[in-house]
Write a protein that binds this ligand. Sequence first.
Ligand code: SAH
Length: 511
Amino acid sequence: MAITPSEGEVVLVGAGPGDPGLITLEALRWLARADVVFYDRLAPPQLLDFTPAAATRVYVGKSSGEKGLSQEEINHRLIDAARAGKLVVRLKGGDPFLFGRGGEEASVLKAAGVSYRVVPGITAACGAAAWNGLPLTDRRLASTVAFVTAEEDPAHASGRVNWAALAGIDTVVLYMGVKTLDGVAARLIAAGKAADTPAAIIERATLPGQRVISATLKTIAQAAAAADIQPPAITIVGPVVSLAAQLDWRSALPLAGRTIVITRPADQSMRLRDQLSDLGADVLTAPAVEVRPAEDLAAVDAALRQIDQYAWICFTSAHGVAAFLQRAVSLGLDGRAFGGVKIAAIGPATAEALGRHFLRPDLLPHRYTGQDLAEEILARDGAPGGGRVLLARSDLAQPELPAALRQAGVVVDDVVVYRSVCPASLPVDVVAALAAGKVNWVTFTSGSTVRNFLALARRQEVALDGVKLASIGPSTSAALREAGLEVHVQAQPHTAEGLCAALLAAEGISP
Ligand code: SAH
């Protein structure tokens, strides 16, 4: 266990090359404790979800051609925050000590007497190499590797790069310098590296939309320009590049080349994201629902205080379970309070959430819909003598479940335990991918994700032409049809796994 510093300190944290999964456990541990996070453009924004809700997040820009804060300003703000007693995380793309100015920041902190630590990260070269089946060394082809900054224009170079020495290194990795690649390649050739040495430039390595252009040292700059390669991109030069043709494993995955947008709330999207990206899809997340506490808990408290009067409590989402049981704990109750009441869960994810609180549902309907849940409760208990039923749901929950129960004469208390609200906007990468016509699928997991996503898309003026829509179940599909849209697939069963399987089937891939 770490000790909490009584005085502030700065942790220089490597965020990895882009895919949020490529971060270290140590980095996550510091992020989870941060008071302030200063993050670069290259640090994956999804990682901010791992910081405490109360943490201050400061974007410091710093991609090429973008203003952001100046290095001096960043230095000052790091020092000020640490001196104010904060735990400051300085989150940097890749590794902080590889072309990341981590050394300069550490020097400044040292001089100011501010304590700091450094957490390494997977550098872009390693990310690009792994993702594309391109080993940086290989006993058959390469025993030496060099990481070089290609940023400097060789015509006005400081002279720090020893080109002659580099020409003798088996694998040369060029960071930065998409624009100066031409001059750098010419320098390497002039220094004696064979012009026909295989070379590849990798744009947005490990990120959705990654592109790889292969050529030779002589032709790589021209090929990159022809493909309009933009930063961040990294160039790898050496015989190992030719191995990628055999060892590339990602493009063989079933969903390679497909871009899929997930609209689930951030805390629920992880599993679906992982499943789809494990199958090779480029997954973009556009959380279309944000979960907030209910504004007024009086009805929830009243229900909890007389929990024994209910024959059943129905949960229709994992959020409902979490919010309701958290409130129960706040009122001084524990699991024993639910001993006399039967519990129903609409589907496996809700049941799993109950399981985390040592509660096992008495009923999980055969099909995971509100209508089926109502029918199976009525079939068990017989209507209308089954006693009162409590529904612990969101403010936007669907009417089918209470309507079906009430119609059978059951007294229903439908209480709001959490609210779902529409986020302010769609993420920029999602808007860009939609605008460029690159999105193949958008997946929806509730009626509110549909309504919110469509409202945001309209407001941000992006169309869904040519995009296929996947729905988790009947009420989500109904929301899509109400908006005049075609539902291309509906999951069966109505779970994240079912959604994944339906999408694979629609793509003609057997799971
Ligand atoms: N500290 C970082 C490097 C920062 S310098 C690291 O260890 O990776 C920025 C350069 O890194 C970019 O210009 C590009 O050359 C490279 N880079 C960073 N992320 C990249 C990515 N996802 N794909 C390709 N190149 C990347």
